[in-house]
Design a protein around this ligand. Structure first.
Ligand SMILES: C[S@@+](CC[C@H](N)C(=O)[O-])C[C@H]1O[C@@H](n2cnc3c(N)ncnc32)[C@H](O)[C@@H]1O
Length: 237
């Protein structure tokens, strides 16, 4: 499958300068083992993890507490976190070491570039995007990550049967993401609209913030069709 190029790069983040705690800074500086350099393309995931377990990619993991919890509960799967926020990377490394996790790696970089340049088509079991930056002002909507080109790109990297799981507390963002993913031919929504809450997903920091503001949490879950041509497998052709 060819990967559709992103027509215009989206800058979906502003680098937060949030000060690193001493522990985060120590973890970030002393533990290069968990970080995959951004330049190594295409990425040999089996070599990086030391096994060929299915890989879930989490985009924008923030402080990474939910990522660590999910990885700890699924030792037979691998997790690749992509984040630009260095304090969050330091925090996740601290979690990895504190919990002795062997199945997480991190790439520090812009997910739009990393997914396009480093991930091999049809190689990823799942994408998790929990509470993407909402860019609530209309003039900033163009900076939202979950738009049609990125939805197409994610679908192109998913292995058949893999899934994309997005959760947002911004209703119009969730509606836009549902529409963008719904417009990708190779993806299928097992539900009519938003998905039911996935019981296994831990609450994230930004989810708590959204709930405190009485925001509705919307879940979006699409599955990559088994057929390469994106058509439904009806058994008649
Ligand atoms: C609103 S926070 C949510 C963090 C976490 N998932 C949570 O739910 O608590 C969004 C995160 O996505 C990261 N982010 C935004 N755009 C990104 C991009 N293009 N590549 C990598 N990370 C990105 C930001 O740095 C930020 O940490």
């Amino acid at each position: 499958m060819t990967s559709p190029p992103l027509t215009r790069p989206i800058k979906s983040f502003v680098l937060r300068s949030g000060r690193m705690s001493r522990a985060q800074s120590r973890s970030y500086t002393n533990s290069p083992r968990w970080i995959i350099p951004c330049g190594a393309a295409p990425l040999d995931l089996a070599a990086r993890f030391g096994n060929d377990h299915p890989v879930t990619v989490e985009i924008g993991f923030g402080m990474g507490t939910a990522s660590a919890e999910i990885a700890a509960a699924n030792a037979d799967r691998n997790y690749l976190g992509i984040e630009v926020f260095r304090a969050g990377i330091g925090r996740l490394i601290w979690e990895i070491e504190n919990r002795s996790l062997e199945n997480i790696r991190i790439i520090e970089g812009d997910a739009a570039e990393v997914v396009e340049k480093l991930l091999v088509p049809e190689s990823i079991a799942a994408f998790h995007i929990f509470f993407p930056d909402p860019w609530p002002k209309k003039k900033h909507h163009k900076r939202r990550l979950l738009q049609k080109p990125f939805a197409e790109l994610l679908a192109s990297r998913l292995a058949p049967g893999g899934y994309v799981y997005v959760v947002s507390d911004w209703e119009d963002y969730a509606a836009g993401a549902l529409e963008a993913l719904g417009g990708v031919e190779t993806l299928e929504n097992p539900w009519r609209g938003f998905a039911p809450a996935q019981a296994w997903r831990p609450q994230t920091k930004f989810e708590k913030k959204g709930i405190a503001k009485n925001h509705t949490i919307n879940e979006i879950y699409f599955v990559r069709r088994e057929r390469r041509d994106g058509k439904r497998d009806t058994g008649t052709d």
